[in-house]
Design a protein around this ligand. Structure first.
Ligand SMILES: CC(C)C[C@H](N)C(=O)N[C@H](CCOc1cc(O)cc2c1C(=O)N[C@@H]2C)C(=O)O
Ligand SMILES: [Mg+2]
Length: 333
């Protein structure tokens, strides 16, 4: 156990489990709970918090993420700040929790909101997408009909039979804007047919159709609907390689390793001509709150994690239908 000098920043971390209301299915499998890792940094009686979701797709586990967070106890006690953190840990879930916790602590120490400290405009409410879980066309149409009053729906797809799913969902929600997310489940062979099905249904955006290591086909095919990178994009360093393949990028703080890199990445992505989606994993409002700063410049906001939970944490973000409001200081920032 490391002892903390008086006045220094101290750190605690923990794994939390938040039940999902029902289940949530994407092409990679079904989930019944959100497993998140929380970092808390304290100094002078004030505590900053950050939450992340480790993603097995990128080789992350909750246990290893917690260990990586706890390994920063010494550097933090020795004065490492949020800026120095960027070079001390790789981009990913662990750095995200710490980066957001340090930002929260900075705001609390200054007695100001984090957007004022960062020189960004105060966040406004934004309309979030609402996600429809992967299932049969009939089950997805039924779930979609219940959400058809929402302005923006994100439809999870799975490969075989996606044209039928897309058509069924469009019929069930004639007025909603539709984004689809294949989570890498399409192939070069079914790409053209699935793109055409999306165009026919008036889909606005297709997220990660092909596996991240097999997406060169997007360079060669005419894209009748805009295509967004998710699993193919992580932080600023990955943007350049996406030119010509993708029209938009899904920025998630668990991939960028926090808000600090996410803000820089959003600026860089816009400069390269990409549209921005701000995305999330299944998580509580503590993980969504910092993402609300990126949401301000995003064409697509996908911050519906808490809407899928049986219960959100105290002082959670206010959701009024699909309108999501900026965080109170009691939650974060
Ligand atoms: C509440 C929605 C799921 C959040 C968002 N709208 C969304 O669609 N995000 C997905 C990421 C899906 O989340 C997954 C997938 C997975 O295979 C495993 C996990 C999670 C997750 O949140 N926790 C576990 C690790 C997207 O954009 O792809
Ligand atoms: Mg996605």
């Amino acid at each position: 156990m490391t002892s903390t000098p008086p006045g220094a920043v101290s750190l605690t971390g923990r794994i939390e489990r938040w039940p999902i209301a029902g289940t949530f299915t994407i092409s990679r499998g079904t989930k019944t709970e959100a497993v998140v890792v929380v970092a808390e940094v304290s100094q002078g009686g004030l505590t900053g918090r950050g939450e992340c979701v480790p993603y097995p797709r990128y080789g992350e586990t909750p246990e290893a993420t917690l260990q990586a967070i706890q390994a920063m106890q010494g550097p933090l006690a020795n004065g490492m700040d949020r800026i120095a953190l960027q070079a001390s840990m790789p981009a990913g879930a662990a750095r995200n929790a710490l980066d957001c916790a340090l930002a929260d602590l900075e705001a609390k120490r200054a007695g100001r909101r984090i957007w004022n400290l960062l020189g960004r405009p105060a966040p406004e409410p934004r309309t979030t997408a609402y996600t429809i879980s992967l299932g049969t066309p009939e089950a997805m149409a039924e779930a979609t009909a219940k959400a058809a009053h929402r302005a923006l729906l994100k439809i999870k797809l799975g490969g075989d039979g996606d044209a039928a799913r897309i058509a069924a969902v469009r019929k069930a929600a004639p007025a909603s804007e539709l984004v689809v997310d294949a989570n890498e489940a399409w192939t070069e062979d079914n790409l053209a047919a699935n793109l055409a099905a999306c165009a026919d249904a008036g889909v606005t955006l297709i997220e990660q159709p092909l596996p991240a290591d097999k997406d060169e086909a997007l360079l060669r095919i005419k894209r009748p609907v805009a295509v967004c990178a998710d699993e193919s994009v992580h932080d600023r360093a990955s943007l350049e390689g996406l030119r010509g393949r993708y029209d938009a990028v899904n920025i998630k703080l668990d991939k960028t390793g926090g808000l600090t890199e996410a803000l820089a990445m959003a600026d860089a992505a816009r400069a390269l001509g990409f549209e921005i989606m701000i995305g999330c994993m299944v998580a509580t409002s503590l993980a969504m709150a910092p993402a609300m700063l990126i949401a301000q410049a995003a064409r697509f906001v996908d911050l519906d994690g808490p809407l899928l939970l049986a219960k959100d944490r105290d002082n959670g973000l206010r959701y009024d239908g699909s309108l999501v409001y900026p965080p109170d200081a009691a939650l974060w920032g």
